[in-house]
Design a protein around this ligand. Structure first.
Ligand code: SF4
Length: 249
């Protein structure tokens, strides 16, 4: 058994690549590998495309399909409420997984929102994730360890070699990033607007001189070099360049 191994990465793709390398260097067996991802929502599209092409070419499941087995991404794409996501999952998606050849795939979310337990001698189904969201909404405290979801079912799954869910439990931990600012209910929108390092950086960029064709463009007064979010998506950084979709360029 090896000593605990840690990986500290900016995004999940880099974390995954580091983990693969560590596994490779340890003869494909690692005990107690702890991975910390600083920004789980950061994704580099170029890396994704390379890994997806590799997986498809080698008859493997692409990474996004594996991720969807944990959370029903498409159900959340049209901004529906959490309870409507649950309803769509339970009435449409989950019954569909029952007819699939690999019928255990895509069912982690089912255990998060419909976990069977016994109360007063009757089986009841608990929406664990909703309980956490509601508790978080109603709490002004930062809960570092209070919220957990159980995914493994006591019984056969306790002793099933290679058959237990690889996701056994989920701990939802709040990090006290900026003291009181880590609880949204404590801070006014005005404070967020003025104090946010991100929004300050955006204002700083918008105060600099335009570059390239924007310098002489007659639309600069209305366009102001376009959408920063589109630029970030196209170039991976915030900068004062022309909008990637500009029709004047
Ligand atoms: S992004 Fe295009 S339209 Fe906007 S100011 Fe620059 S050149 Fe003009």
């Amino acid at each position: 058994m090896n000593d605990p191994v840690t990986i500290d990465a900016i995004g999940f793709q880099n974390a995954w690549a580091q983990a693969i390398n560590k596994l490779h260097d340890n003869d494909w067996a690692l005990w107690d590998l702890v991975v910390r991802i600083k920004n789980p929502s950061y994704m580099d599209k170029n890396i994704h495309d390379v890994v997806e092409s590799f997986a498809i070419a080698n008859n493997r499941v692409p990474p996004n399909k594996v991720a969807y087995t944990i959370f029903p991404y498409k159900l959340a794409c049209d901004n529906r409420s959490f309870l409507r996501i649950c309803d769509g999952y339970l009435t449409k998606f989950y019954p569909m997984t029952r007819r699939m050849q690999k019928s255990g795939w895509g069912t982690y979310f089912h255990r998060m929102i419909c976990y069977p337990t016994v109360k007063d001698g009757c089986i009841v189904y608990v929406n664990q994730l909703n309980k956490i969201l509601e508790a978080k909404k109603n709490s002004k405290s930062v809960m570092k360890t209070a919220y957990t979801m159980v995914l493994c079912r006591p019984g056969g799954e306790n002793v099933k070699p290679l058959g237990t869910p690889c996701l056994n439990t989920v701990a939802v931990r709040q990090e006290p990033l900026n003291g009181r600012r880590s609880v949204i209910g404590n801070v006014s929108l005005r404070e967020c607007w003025i104090d946010s390092p991100y929004l300050s950086a955006v204002r700083g960029i918008l105060d600099t001189e335009p570059v390239g064709n924007c310098r002489t463009c007659k639309r600069i007064g209305t366009c102001n070099t376009g959408c920063l979010a589109q630029k970030y998506l196209a170039y991976g950084k915030l900068e004062r360049c022309p909008d990637p979709a500009c029709i004047m360029n």
